[in-house]
Design a protein around this ligand. Structure first.
Ligand code: CP3
Length: 343
Protein backbone atom coordinates (compact mmCIF):
# COMPACT_ATOMS: atom_id res chain seq x y z
CA UNK A 1 0.00 0.00 0.00
CA UNK A 2 1.25 3.51 -0.63
CA UNK A 3 0.59 6.30 1.88
CA UNK A 4 -2.42 7.66 0.06
CA UNK A 5 -4.09 4.25 -0.23
CA UNK A 6 -3.32 3.54 3.43
CA UNK A 7 -4.74 6.88 4.58
CA UNK A 8 -7.94 6.57 2.54
CA UNK A 9 -8.45 2.92 3.55
CA UNK A 10 -8.19 3.80 7.25
CA UNK A 11 -10.58 6.74 6.78
CA UNK A 12 -13.08 4.35 5.19
CA UNK A 13 -12.57 1.66 7.86
CA UNK A 14 -10.94 -0.76 5.44
CA UNK A 15 -7.89 -2.95 6.22
CA UNK A 16 -4.43 -1.33 6.20
CA UNK A 17 -0.85 -2.67 6.32
CA UNK A 18 0.02 -0.22 9.13
CA UNK A 19 -1.52 2.83 10.82
CA UNK A 20 -1.30 5.93 8.58
CA UNK A 21 -0.05 9.10 10.31
CA UNK A 22 0.14 12.87 10.05
CA UNK A 23 0.13 15.69 12.58
CA UNK A 24 -2.06 18.78 13.01
CA UNK A 25 -0.03 21.99 12.49
CA UNK A 26 2.77 19.96 10.91
CA UNK A 27 2.96 22.68 8.24
CA UNK A 28 4.66 25.59 9.92
CA UNK A 29 5.25 26.34 13.55
CA UNK A 30 7.86 24.00 14.93
CA UNK A 31 10.40 23.47 12.10
CA UNK A 32 13.56 25.60 11.68
CA UNK A 33 13.12 25.56 7.90
CA UNK A 34 9.63 27.05 8.37
CA UNK A 35 10.96 29.88 10.51
CA UNK A 36 13.52 30.55 7.80
CA UNK A 37 10.86 30.58 5.05
CA UNK A 38 8.53 32.71 7.19
CA UNK A 39 11.11 35.43 7.95
CA UNK A 40 10.39 38.43 5.80
CA UNK A 41 6.72 37.55 5.18
CA UNK A 42 3.58 38.04 7.19
CA UNK A 43 1.57 34.92 7.92
CA UNK A 44 -1.31 35.97 5.66
CA UNK A 45 1.17 36.70 2.88
CA UNK A 46 2.43 33.12 3.25
CA UNK A 47 -1.16 31.92 2.76
CA UNK A 48 -1.73 34.16 -0.28
CA UNK A 49 1.47 33.18 -2.13
CA UNK A 50 1.00 29.67 -3.54
CA UNK A 51 4.72 28.94 -3.90
CA UNK A 52 5.34 29.84 -0.22
CA UNK A 53 2.29 27.91 1.01
CA UNK A 54 3.29 24.88 -1.06
CA UNK A 55 6.83 24.99 0.30
CA UNK A 56 5.59 25.17 3.93
CA UNK A 57 3.27 22.23 3.21
CA UNK A 58 6.08 20.10 1.79
CA UNK A 59 8.78 20.86 4.39
CA UNK A 60 7.54 18.39 7.04
CA UNK A 61 6.99 15.70 4.40
CA UNK A 62 10.57 16.03 3.15
CA UNK A 63 11.95 15.91 6.68
CA UNK A 64 9.75 13.18 8.18
CA UNK A 65 7.74 11.49 5.41
CA UNK A 66 4.24 11.49 6.95
CA UNK A 67 1.48 9.68 5.04
CA UNK A 68 -0.49 12.89 4.46
CA UNK A 69 0.39 16.52 3.73
CA UNK A 70 -1.98 19.15 5.12
CA UNK A 71 -2.15 22.31 3.05
CA UNK A 72 -0.58 25.40 4.63
CA UNK A 73 -3.42 27.90 5.05
CA UNK A 74 -5.63 29.01 7.94
CA UNK A 75 -9.23 28.59 9.07
CA UNK A 76 -9.50 32.41 9.03
CA UNK A 77 -8.97 32.70 5.25
CA UNK A 78 -12.74 32.45 4.50
CA UNK A 79 -13.40 35.20 7.09
CA UNK A 80 -11.03 37.40 5.12
CA UNK A 81 -12.79 36.48 1.87
CA UNK A 82 -16.08 37.46 3.53
CA UNK A 83 -14.68 40.96 3.99
CA UNK A 84 -12.88 41.11 7.34
CA UNK A 85 -9.30 42.30 7.64
CA UNK A 86 -7.35 39.39 9.16
CA UNK A 87 -3.84 39.49 10.56
CA UNK A 88 -1.84 37.26 12.87
CA UNK A 89 0.15 39.29 15.41
CA UNK A 90 3.21 37.95 17.20
CA UNK A 91 2.33 37.16 20.81
CA UNK A 92 -1.34 38.17 20.32
CA UNK A 93 -2.69 35.74 17.74
CA UNK A 94 -5.35 36.50 15.15
CA UNK A 95 -7.01 39.92 14.86
CA UNK A 96 -10.18 40.35 12.75
CA UNK A 97 -11.68 43.70 11.88
CA UNK A 98 -14.45 44.77 12.14
CA UNK A 99 -15.94 42.33 14.66
CA UNK A 100 -19.34 40.93 13.62
CA UNK A 101 -21.94 41.59 16.31
CA UNK A 102 -25.10 43.15 14.84
CA UNK A 103 -27.60 42.25 12.12
CA UNK A 104 -25.99 44.95 9.94
CA UNK A 105 -22.55 43.41 10.50
CA UNK A 106 -23.82 39.96 9.48
CA UNK A 107 -25.53 41.27 6.34
CA UNK A 108 -22.46 43.33 5.40
CA UNK A 109 -20.43 40.13 5.03
CA UNK A 110 -19.66 39.20 1.43
CA UNK A 111 -20.65 35.99 -0.29
CA UNK A 112 -17.44 35.13 -2.09
CA UNK A 113 -16.72 33.15 -5.22
CA UNK A 114 -14.07 30.66 -4.11
CA UNK A 115 -12.16 30.62 -7.39
CA UNK A 116 -11.90 34.41 -7.57
CA UNK A 117 -11.36 35.15 -3.88
CA UNK A 118 -9.31 32.10 -2.81
CA UNK A 119 -7.80 30.83 -6.06
CA UNK A 120 -4.37 31.07 -4.36
CA UNK A 121 -5.35 28.07 -2.24
CA UNK A 122 -6.27 25.99 -5.29
CA UNK A 123 -2.96 26.95 -6.89
CA UNK A 124 -1.06 25.99 -3.73
CA UNK A 125 -2.80 22.59 -3.69
CA UNK A 126 -1.87 22.02 -7.35
CA UNK A 127 1.77 22.94 -6.68
CA UNK A 128 1.85 20.55 -3.71
CA UNK A 129 0.35 17.70 -5.72
CA UNK A 130 2.90 18.22 -8.50
CA UNK A 131 5.75 17.67 -6.04
CA UNK A 132 4.05 15.26 -3.65
CA UNK A 133 3.07 12.86 -6.42
CA UNK A 134 0.14 10.45 -6.34
CA UNK A 135 1.52 8.27 -3.55
CA UNK A 136 0.78 10.53 -0.60
CA UNK A 137 -2.52 11.94 0.63
CA UNK A 138 -3.13 15.69 0.48
CA UNK A 139 -5.58 17.22 2.97
CA UNK A 140 -7.66 20.36 2.74
CA UNK A 141 -9.53 21.91 5.65
CA UNK A 142 -11.81 24.60 6.97
CA UNK A 143 -13.07 25.85 10.31
CA UNK A 144 -16.37 24.71 11.80
CA UNK A 145 -19.00 27.45 12.20
CA UNK A 146 -18.79 27.93 15.99
CA UNK A 147 -15.00 28.20 15.87
CA UNK A 148 -15.02 30.61 12.93
CA UNK A 149 -17.92 32.61 14.41
CA UNK A 150 -16.03 32.96 17.69
CA UNK A 151 -13.15 34.72 15.88
CA UNK A 152 -15.52 36.86 13.82
CA UNK A 153 -17.59 37.93 16.84
CA UNK A 154 -14.75 38.42 19.34
CA UNK A 155 -12.42 39.88 16.72
CA UNK A 156 -9.57 37.93 18.30
CA UNK A 157 -8.70 34.85 20.31
CA UNK A 158 -10.73 34.43 23.45
CA UNK A 159 -10.52 32.23 26.50
CA UNK A 160 -14.23 31.96 27.28
CA UNK A 161 -15.99 33.27 24.10
CA UNK A 162 -18.17 35.57 26.24
CA UNK A 163 -19.42 37.80 23.41
CA UNK A 164 -19.98 34.82 21.11
CA UNK A 165 -22.01 32.80 23.62
CA UNK A 166 -23.94 35.90 24.70
CA UNK A 167 -24.94 36.42 21.05
CA UNK A 168 -25.67 32.73 20.54
CA UNK A 169 -28.04 32.59 23.50
CA UNK A 170 -29.32 36.17 23.55
CA UNK A 171 -29.94 36.67 19.83
CA UNK A 172 -30.33 33.15 18.50
CA UNK A 173 -31.73 34.17 15.11
CA UNK A 174 -28.89 36.58 14.47
CA UNK A 175 -26.26 34.03 15.53
CA UNK A 176 -27.84 31.27 13.45
CA UNK A 177 -27.86 33.62 10.45
CA UNK A 178 -24.12 34.21 10.92
CA UNK A 179 -23.59 30.46 11.09
CA UNK A 180 -25.66 30.01 7.93
CA UNK A 181 -23.58 32.60 6.08
CA UNK A 182 -20.36 30.91 7.22
CA UNK A 183 -21.58 27.51 6.06
CA UNK A 184 -22.94 28.82 2.72
CA UNK A 185 -19.52 30.29 1.96
CA UNK A 186 -17.58 27.31 3.27
CA UNK A 187 -19.24 24.91 0.81
CA UNK A 188 -17.73 26.54 -2.29
CA UNK A 189 -14.41 26.92 -0.48
CA UNK A 190 -14.35 23.19 0.30
CA UNK A 191 -15.38 22.29 -3.25
CA UNK A 192 -12.49 24.39 -4.57
CA UNK A 193 -10.07 22.34 -2.46
CA UNK A 194 -11.48 19.01 -3.59
CA UNK A 195 -11.40 20.11 -7.25
CA UNK A 196 -7.75 21.14 -6.77
CA UNK A 197 -6.95 17.60 -5.61
CA UNK A 198 -7.55 17.37 -1.85
CA UNK A 199 -8.03 13.67 -0.95
CA UNK A 200 -9.89 14.40 2.27
CA UNK A 201 -11.18 17.39 4.23
CA UNK A 202 -10.81 18.09 7.93
CA UNK A 203 -13.31 20.36 9.67
CA UNK A 204 -11.68 22.08 12.68
CA UNK A 205 -14.10 22.78 15.52
CA UNK A 206 -11.32 23.85 17.83
CA UNK A 207 -13.58 25.64 20.31
CA UNK A 208 -16.83 23.68 19.87
CA UNK A 209 -15.91 21.59 22.89
CA UNK A 210 -16.59 24.64 25.07
CA UNK A 211 -20.33 24.14 24.39
CA UNK A 212 -22.41 21.71 26.43
CA UNK A 213 -23.59 18.67 24.47
CA UNK A 214 -27.23 19.77 24.19
CA UNK A 215 -26.24 23.17 22.79
CA UNK A 216 -23.69 21.73 20.36
CA UNK A 217 -26.29 19.25 19.16
CA UNK A 218 -29.08 21.83 18.86
CA UNK A 219 -27.10 24.63 17.23
CA UNK A 220 -23.98 23.21 15.58
CA UNK A 221 -24.71 19.64 14.57
CA UNK A 222 -27.05 20.65 11.72
CA UNK A 223 -24.72 23.20 10.09
CA UNK A 224 -21.73 20.85 10.42
CA UNK A 225 -23.78 17.97 8.98
CA UNK A 226 -24.50 20.17 5.94
CA UNK A 227 -20.76 20.71 5.44
CA UNK A 228 -20.02 17.01 5.89
CA UNK A 229 -22.66 15.84 3.39
CA UNK A 230 -21.77 18.44 0.74
CA UNK A 231 -18.11 17.42 0.94
CA UNK A 232 -18.84 13.70 0.88
CA UNK A 233 -21.00 14.28 -2.22
CA UNK A 234 -17.79 15.38 -3.96
CA UNK A 235 -16.36 11.94 -3.26
CA UNK A 236 -13.89 12.54 -0.42
CA UNK A 237 -14.00 11.48 3.24
CA UNK A 238 -14.47 14.05 6.01
CA UNK A 239 -12.59 14.21 9.31
CA UNK A 240 -14.37 16.10 12.10
CA UNK A 241 -12.06 17.44 14.80
CA UNK A 242 -13.39 18.90 18.04
CA UNK A 243 -10.88 19.74 20.75
CA UNK A 244 -12.24 18.72 24.15
CA UNK A 245 -14.84 16.38 22.65
CA UNK A 246 -15.33 13.71 25.31
CA UNK A 247 -18.91 14.86 25.94
CA UNK A 248 -19.72 15.16 22.22
CA UNK A 249 -18.69 11.84 20.65
CA UNK A 250 -22.22 10.51 20.00
CA UNK A 251 -23.38 13.86 18.57
CA UNK A 252 -20.30 13.98 16.34
CA UNK A 253 -21.06 10.50 14.96
CA UNK A 254 -24.54 11.74 13.99
CA UNK A 255 -23.02 14.31 11.57
CA UNK A 256 -22.09 11.38 9.31
CA UNK A 257 -18.38 12.30 9.30
CA UNK A 258 -16.14 9.43 8.20
CA UNK A 259 -13.48 10.05 10.85
CA UNK A 260 -13.65 11.65 14.30
CA UNK A 261 -10.42 13.31 15.42
CA UNK A 262 -10.26 13.09 19.21
CA UNK A 263 -8.12 14.79 21.82
CA UNK A 264 -5.98 13.09 24.49
CA UNK A 265 -8.61 13.44 27.23
CA UNK A 266 -10.73 10.77 25.54
CA UNK A 267 -9.72 7.19 26.22
CA UNK A 268 -9.34 5.45 22.82
CA UNK A 269 -10.96 2.21 24.01
CA UNK A 270 -13.95 4.16 25.31
CA UNK A 271 -14.13 6.15 22.05
CA UNK A 272 -14.21 2.89 20.05
CA UNK A 273 -17.02 1.56 22.23
CA UNK A 274 -19.10 4.75 22.16
CA UNK A 275 -18.81 5.25 18.38
CA UNK A 276 -20.05 1.68 17.74
CA UNK A 277 -17.96 1.01 14.64
CA UNK A 278 -19.67 3.83 12.71
CA UNK A 279 -16.55 5.98 12.23
CA UNK A 280 -12.79 5.71 12.02
CA UNK A 281 -10.83 7.55 14.73
CA UNK A 282 -7.90 9.93 14.48
CA UNK A 283 -5.60 10.97 17.30
CA UNK A 284 -4.84 11.36 20.06
CA UNK A 285 -1.41 11.79 21.64
CA UNK A 286 -0.97 14.76 23.99
CA UNK A 287 1.11 17.35 22.08
CA UNK A 288 2.78 18.32 25.36
CA UNK A 289 4.14 14.75 25.64
CA UNK A 290 6.54 15.84 22.89
CA UNK A 291 8.37 17.96 25.49
CA UNK A 292 9.51 14.75 27.19
CA UNK A 293 12.84 13.13 26.25
CA UNK A 294 12.91 11.02 23.04
CA UNK A 295 12.65 7.66 24.89
CA UNK A 296 9.47 8.75 26.65
CA UNK A 297 8.07 10.08 23.37
CA UNK A 298 8.68 6.69 21.74
CA UNK A 299 6.82 4.94 24.57
CA UNK A 300 3.89 7.37 24.38
CA UNK A 301 3.62 6.97 20.61
CA UNK A 302 3.64 3.14 20.95
CA UNK A 303 1.06 3.34 23.69
CA UNK A 304 -1.19 5.51 21.48
CA UNK A 305 -0.89 3.12 18.54
CA UNK A 306 -1.69 0.13 20.77
CA UNK A 307 -4.68 1.84 22.43
CA UNK A 308 -6.46 2.12 19.07
CA UNK A 309 -5.90 -1.51 18.04
CA UNK A 310 -9.61 -2.29 18.37
CA UNK A 311 -10.70 0.66 16.23
CA UNK A 312 -12.38 -0.04 12.88
CA UNK A 313 -9.90 2.44 11.41
CA UNK A 314 -7.18 4.56 13.01
CA UNK A 315 -5.16 7.50 11.72
CA UNK A 316 -2.35 8.46 14.10
CA UNK A 317 -2.24 12.15 15.06
CA UNK A 318 -1.79 14.37 18.06
CA UNK A 319 -4.87 15.39 20.06
CA UNK A 320 -4.34 19.00 18.92
CA UNK A 321 -1.73 20.93 16.97
CA UNK A 322 2.00 20.57 17.64
CA UNK A 323 3.20 23.45 19.82
CA UNK A 324 5.67 26.00 18.44
CA UNK A 325 8.49 25.28 20.92
CA UNK A 326 8.40 21.47 20.60
CA UNK A 327 11.97 20.06 20.63
CA UNK A 328 12.97 18.75 17.22
CA UNK A 329 14.67 15.64 18.60
CA UNK A 330 11.43 14.51 20.24
CA UNK A 331 9.42 15.16 17.08
CA UNK A 332 12.01 13.10 15.19
CA UNK A 333 11.70 10.29 17.76
CA UNK A 334 7.93 10.35 17.25
CA UNK A 335 8.19 9.86 13.48
CA UNK A 336 10.94 7.24 13.87
CA UNK A 337 8.43 5.27 15.96
CA UNK A 338 5.24 5.82 14.02
CA UNK A 339 6.64 5.47 10.49
CA UNK A 340 8.45 2.10 10.56
CA UNK A 341 10.23 2.73 7.25
CA UNK A 342 12.14 5.56 9.01
CA UNK A 343 13.01 3.69 12.20
O1 CP3 B 1 -2.18 21.86 10.27
C1 CP3 B 1 -1.46 22.52 9.51
O2 CP3 B 1 -0.23 22.54 9.59
C2 CP3 B 1 -2.12 23.29 8.39
C3 CP3 B 1 -2.15 24.70 8.54
C4 CP3 B 1 -2.99 25.29 9.64
C5 CP3 B 1 -2.66 26.50 10.28
N1 CP3 B 1 -3.70 26.84 11.11
C6 CP3 B 1 -1.44 27.27 10.06
C7 CP3 B 1 -1.09 28.33 11.00
C8 CP3 B 1 -4.22 24.87 10.15
C9 CP3 B 1 -4.99 23.61 9.87
C10 CP3 B 1 -4.66 25.86 11.06
C11 CP3 B 1 -5.95 25.79 11.76
C12 CP3 B 1 -6.30 26.84 12.72
N2 CP3 B 1 -6.06 28.18 12.65
C13 CP3 B 1 -7.07 26.60 13.88
C14 CP3 B 1 -7.58 25.25 14.31
C15 CP3 B 1 -6.41 24.63 14.96
C16 CP3 B 1 -6.56 23.67 16.05
O3 CP3 B 1 -5.52 23.09 16.39
O4 CP3 B 1 -7.64 23.48 16.60
C17 CP3 B 1 -7.23 27.82 14.54
C18 CP3 B 1 -7.94 28.04 15.86
C19 CP3 B 1 -6.60 28.82 13.75
C20 CP3 B 1 -6.53 30.28 14.02
C21 CP3 B 1 -5.12 30.68 14.21
N3 CP3 B 1 -4.21 30.84 13.18
C22 CP3 B 1 -4.45 30.95 15.41
C23 CP3 B 1 -5.09 30.85 16.79
C24 CP3 B 1 -3.14 31.31 15.08
C25 CP3 B 1 -2.08 31.87 16.00
C26 CP3 B 1 -1.39 30.75 16.63
C27 CP3 B 1 0.02 31.08 16.99
O5 CP3 B 1 0.80 30.13 16.98
O6 CP3 B 1 0.34 32.25 17.28
C28 CP3 B 1 -2.99 31.18 13.70
C29 CP3 B 1 -1.75 31.37 12.94
C30 CP3 B 1 -1.19 30.16 12.29
N4 CP3 B 1 -1.92 29.30 11.50
C31 CP3 B 1 0.17 29.74 12.33
C32 CP3 B 1 0.23 28.60 11.48
C33 CP3 B 1 1.45 27.83 11.08
C34 CP3 B 1 1.31 30.43 13.05
C35 CP3 B 1 1.92 31.21 11.96
C36 CP3 B 1 3.15 31.97 12.13
O7 CP3 B 1 3.21 32.89 12.96
O8 CP3 B 1 4.05 31.68 11.34
Amino acid sequence: MNSRERFLAAARRQPVDRTPAWMMRQAGRSLPEYRELRSGHTFMEMCHRPELAAEATLQPIRRFGMDAAVIFCDILVPAEAMGLAVSIEEGVGPLLDPPVRTAEDVEALRDFDATTATGFLAEALRLVRAELGEERAMLGFCGAPFTLASYMVEGRSSRNYETTKALMLGQPELFDRLVERIVDNSLGYLALQVEAGADAIQIFDSWGGSLDAATWRARMQGPITRMVRATQDLGVPVILYVNGCSHLLEAMVETGADVLSIDWRVDPVEAVRRTEGKVALQGNMDPVALFAPPDAVRREAQRTLAAFEGAPGHIFNLGSGILPKTPLESTTALWDTVLPERG
